[in-house]
Design a protein around this ligand. Sequence first.
Ligand SMILES: Nc1ncnc2c1ncn2[C@@H]1O[C@H](COP(=O)(O)OP(=O)(O)OP(=O)(O)O)[C@@H](O)[C@H]1O
Ligand SMILES: [Mg+2]
Length: 262
Amino acid sequence: MTCLEIKNITKKFGDTKVLRGISFEMEKGEVIAIIGSSGSGKTTLLRCINFLEKCDTGSITVNGTEIYNAEKRDQYSDNYIRKSRLNFGMVFQSFNLFPQYDVLKNITLAPELMQIKRKMPDTEKKNIRRQIKEEAYELLKTVGLSEKAGAYPCELSGGQQQRVAIARALAMKPQILCFDEPTSALDPELTGEVLKAIKSLRDAGRTMIVVTHEMEFAKNVADRVIYMSDGIIEEIGTPQQIFSDAQSEKTRAFLQKSNYEF
Ligand SMILES: Nc1ncnc2c1ncn2[C@@H]1O[C@H](COP(=O)(O)OP(=O)(O)OP(=O)(O)O)[C@@H](O)[C@H]1O
Ligand SMILES: [Mg+2]
């Protein structure tokens, strides 16, 4: 089943055309890695998909429902955009945890704000809180941090903080999880544990878009790889096609520059 359909997204900042017509589809459970040199528009694409930027043209369809069409961009209310954004979970390079809250609270805060309404009876609030907490413990187990529920972000390594950020994104039950270079702020010895967590999410059937500089990871974990250059998809294919049989000269040059061994 097609889970996400991106059609002809363009985005300009001033006179600079950063995205020049991006289209792709992904299936439920698919993992797409996006690679490309600095400034090619990878972050901007993720930000457009998450409505952190409004694209100038194009549309975004999730599970068959068009949730954004640039032609109607001025008609969408903030509330509509906030709701639509829930289709996507974002994990950024900088983990952005709340330093004043422990790990558990970092994960439960947003679901509680969303699900608990002021007018609800106290017993219902309590039930929802308990349910959210139970789910948070499950998510912590998924990212291998069960024992850190009561720790504060400053007591965690960068890799652990990033895994909490992943659990936090999952707590909102997004259809699609998007990562923007989730390991590039980490010391090399900590990247492995985060990549392992993402890999286990893949094995659990999560639909994910991962912008990454980790070529080995893209090769081993992604179902398909997108190589972006100058705001377009220069090439898209299986890791085998991209890494061993790239059709585009630009793709081959990029991979060579990244010291990727063919
Ligand atoms: N808010 C903005 N205003 C103006 N220009 C921007 C803005 N955001 C991004 N750009 C420009 O758009 C281009 C693409 O940026 P983007 O951050 O999407 O690239 P990237 O592929 O994610 O690069 P990197 O690998 O370094 O993260 C760059 O030239 C950047 O300067
Ligand atoms: Mg970027």
